[in-house]
Design a protein around this ligand. Structure first.
Ligand code: SDX
Length: 394
């Protein structure tokens, strides 16, 4: 059941955003990028292949992929002055805050593309620079927070391996890149790469609709993604699972809390604005969880708690009636943790994955010459009334 609609039948001018990038069907739990099912891309493609597909519309030939990859490799370095910006941050600065500040700063160092049709070369260079520099910014933010030396990118490593190297290598030690970790990260980045008009992507589109640069628009998307109801949920899920574990592991107690309207506790990683069925990404990540932890020989007690919580929720009427299922964030944090990532980096990983989707959606919006975003409102405030002098106010 592909559940695909074709534009000429299902599309009415409802004011909804028109896009040819990602299709998802919340009832069927279907997700595809440019028509390719997410299950096939997660299994067969590399993250850069998927990034190319999202941004340029087609799967790359071998030459196109190696050219795209080589161009990205050439731009992975940051201007040396970025180090002075890092020095200004306290070590406990949340990496998402550092990420959005530094991505905004890219516009100062590398005048970003404003008008894709103004100059195709500038647009393409901006896209390559952003894809190339975000992993470096993310890794240097992490190193800076740990007080460790910043590791420069290595041009002989592939995209994901280079990120891992910059994150975890130290000048005085050999760092061995684990292919299991590289493969797991490729899958996770692909699964997060785009998701049609979600909160952060809509932010990127609306900021870009004012003809702000691609860098500034992506910085806006990073800030939106940081919210715990959105990309910040993967960090909140682990914190929730840890709390359940430390509280004796009684998942039924937390199911009851989530149902209690007087308690504003929500089951993080559950529910979705669109999916009223299983989030197809959650299914893939859950499977990957077992195999990655087994391959890495990691035993994580919160994985068992997660499975118990999922089981209890899926059999509970409150969740069934509201069609609340695990979403992409429910299991992803468990894998990130097994890969050695600190909890406050989980949303950074989400941003690294979502980057090509943000770029593709910004590019589509600008190439379609969409007007500046201006959501309408229904006014429900006071009727017209006269000014009251301050001594007459009650
Ligand atoms: C992402 O849009 C995207 O595509 C986002 C994303 C992407 O790839 O970009 O998929 C990534 O953001 C995934 C979502 C991550 N967030 C979380 O896991 C946070 C926990 N989830 C919720 O806060 C919530 O489910 C949302 C924010 C995701 C969706 O919120 P909605 O649409 O407002 O939920 P709803 O209105 O459909 O809720 C219906 C009912 C309500 O109860 P009633 O008022 O009907 O009694 O379900 C309840 C809600 O209170 N509910 C939950 C719940 N989520 C909804 N109750 C307990 N736990 C939850 N998680």
């Amino acid at each position: 059941a592909t559940g695909f609609i074709t534009l000429d039948t299902g599309y009415k001018n409802t004011g909804a955003t028109k896009s040819s990038i990602t299709f998802l069907d919340g009832e069927l739990g279907v997700l595809s990028y440019r028509g390719y099912p997410i299950e096939q891309l997660a299994e067969k493609a590399s993250f850069l292949e998927v990034a190319y597909l999202l941004i340029y519309g087609e799967l790359p030939t071998a030459d196109q992929l190696s050219n795209f990859s080589n161009r990205i490799t050439k731009h992975t370095n940051l201007h040396e002055n970025f180090k002075k910006i890092f020095d200004g941050f306290p070590s406990n600065a949340h990496p998402m805050g550092v990420l959005s500040s530094l991505v905004s700063s890219l516009t100062a160092f590398y005048p970003g593309a404003i008008d894709p049709d103004a100059n195709a070369e500038v647009l393409d260079l901006t896209i390559v620079r952003l894809m190339a520099k975000l992993p470096t910014i993310a890794a240097w933010s992490y190193k800076n927070s740990k007080g460790q030396p910043l590791m420069y990118p290595k041009n002989n490593l592939d995209y994901v391996s280079n990120f891992l190297y910059m994150m975890f290598a130290l000048p005085n030690q050999d760092y061995v890149i684990d292919p299991v970790v590289v493969e797991a990260l490729n899958v996770l980045l692909i699964l997060h790469a785009d998701h049609e008009q979600n909160c952060s992507t809509s932010t990127v589109r609306i900021v870009g609709s004012a003809h702000a640069s691609l860098y500034s628009s992506v910085a806006g998307g990073i800030n939106a993604l940081w919210g715990p109801l959105h990309g910040g949920a993967n960090q909140a899920v682990i914190e929730m699972l840890e709390a359940i574990k430390n509280d004796g592991g009684d998942v039924k107690k937390y199911i009851a809390k989530a149902k209690d309207k007087n308690d504003n506790f929500r089951l993080m990683g559950f529910g979705h604005r669109v999916y009223k069925n299983f989030d197809p990404r959650a299914k893939i990540i859950k499977k990957a969880c077992d195999s990655v932890l087994a391959k890495l020989g990691v035993k994580d007690p919160v994985l068992e708690i997660a499975k118990g919580l999922e089981e209890a929720a899926l059999n509970d009427d409150y969740f069934k009636e509201r069609k609340l299922y695990p979403n992409v964030d429910f299991y992803s944090g468990i894998i990130y943790r097994a890969l050695g990532l600190r909890t406050d980096l989980f949303t950074v990983m989400f941003a690294l994955g979502r980057l090509p989707g943000w770029i593709a959606q910004w590019k589509e919006m600008r190439e379609d010459n969409e007007p500046i975003g201006r959501p309408r409102q229904v006014y429900i405030g006071s009727n017209t009334r006269d000014f009251v002098p301050i001594d007459k106010r009650k």
